[in-house]
Write a protein that binds this ligand. Structure first.
Ligand code: UDP
Ligand code: MG
Length: 322
């Protein structure tokens, strides 16, 4: 068994009502970490399950000291469960995040670790295929592409939370205090050397998906609103466009009035007032939105920049957090 003080990689798995897949998960994880040439710990986060998951976690953690259990007070949602895991990482080299339903093969820890050794800070898994319903696949495809179009920086398409993060990425992520977390976006935002790794996403081994459509939408909204100014900017753009067209309409009506005199009395003025002021209102909303956006960005309290290295006293320190 590995020495706890010499942990290299922490494997994090969030679990919400996963008693049906639990024993398979533990078997797979144990057979993986028995063989890795580096030392691993496993952090199992119970996200307020209402089934037997918590008791199962306690049991395995008492039996096998390579397993750590974090039991949350209630269901916090997948992203916060992973965040809780990240906060407890003792792996000196970093962490790997997997789903607890074995859709993400834990065996890949070896391949990811090789890439980590080659100097990559983030190795994110990219799904070659999806074994979900047609409707979900379509929704994912549209969402990822939309997000790519409107995000202010590059969030890779078709990659989820399954990834390995270097220690400094783990630390930087833990320092980002934002409440509505979208880990794959935050991971991309942090930067450093990142690389995608294509894999076949397995089917859930047992149990049902814990991501309802409403949870998926919440995640998608976090992805869009936390990482793009587009929704706010579009309001003022719409306002400007409306005003522009109302002016054209005005000119056209004046022309009709003068040359044909076929415009009913009072009609133009009413329509014009409605369109024009709708435009003005949209524009004003957009302007207020700009301020709200700036306040929002500020209160999010993200670190302003991430330092790659520090050269000090004639030495180079691979600094993660400064
Ligand atoms: N999960 C969680 N809290 C939740 C929902 C899900 O910890 O509120 C965990 C779940 O147990 C699983 C992972 O997050 O390990 C991914 O969830 P799921 O497999 O249900 O999502 P899907 O793969 O269907 O998108
Ligand atoms: Mg799943």
């Amino acid at each position: 068994m590995n020495n706890i003080t010499g942990i290299d990689i922490s494997i994090i798995a969030p679990l919400y009502n996963e008693e049906q897949v639990f024993s398979q998960l533990i078997e797979r994880l144990q057979s993986v970490i028995d063989k890795t040439p580096f030392a691993c710990e496993v952090i199992l986060v119970n996200d307020g399950s209402s089934d037997n998951t918590a008791a199962l976690i306690e049991e395995i953690c008492l039996k096998d000291s390579r397993f750590t259990g974090i039991l949350l007070s209630r269901n916090h949602g997948h992203q916060l469960a992973v965040t809780a895991g990240l906060a407890s990482v003792r792996g000196k080299q970093g962490a790997m995040i997997i789903d607890g339903d074995l859709q993400d093969p834990p065996e890949l820890v070896n391949e990811f670790y090789k890439l980590l050794q080659q100097g990559y800070d983030v190795i994110y898994a990219v799904r070659k295929n999806r074994k979900e319903s047609f409707l979900k696949k379509m929704a994912y495809a549209v969402y990822y592409r939309l997000q790519k179009k409107i995000s202010s920086f590059n969030i890779p398409i078709d990659s989820g939370d399954f990834s390995m993060l270097s220690r400094r990425v783990v630390d930087n992520m833990s320092m980002m205090p934002e409440q509505s977390r979208y880990l794959r976006g935050m991971r991309a935002w942090i930067g450093f050397k990142q690389i995608g790794y294509e894999y076949d996403r397995d089917e859930r081994h047992a149990g049902e998906t814990k991501y309802s459509w409403s949870k998926l939408f919440e995640l998608a909204f976090n992805g869009i609103f936390n990482f793009s100014d587009f929704p706010v900017r579009i309001i003022s753009r719409l306002g400007l466009i409306t005003i522009f067209f109302s002016l054209i309409y005005f000119v056209y009506n004046v022309y009709r009035k003068i040359y044909y005199n076929d415009v009913p009395h009072g009609f133009t003025a009413t329509i014009l007032a409605i369109i024009m002021f709708s435009g003005v209102q949209l524009l004003s909303l957009g302007l207020i939105g700009e301020y709200v956006l700036r306040i929002y960005n500020q209160v999010r309290n993200r670190p302003l920049f991430i330092v790659d290295k520090i050269i000090q006293d004639g030495r180079e320190n691979p600094a993660g957090i400064v």
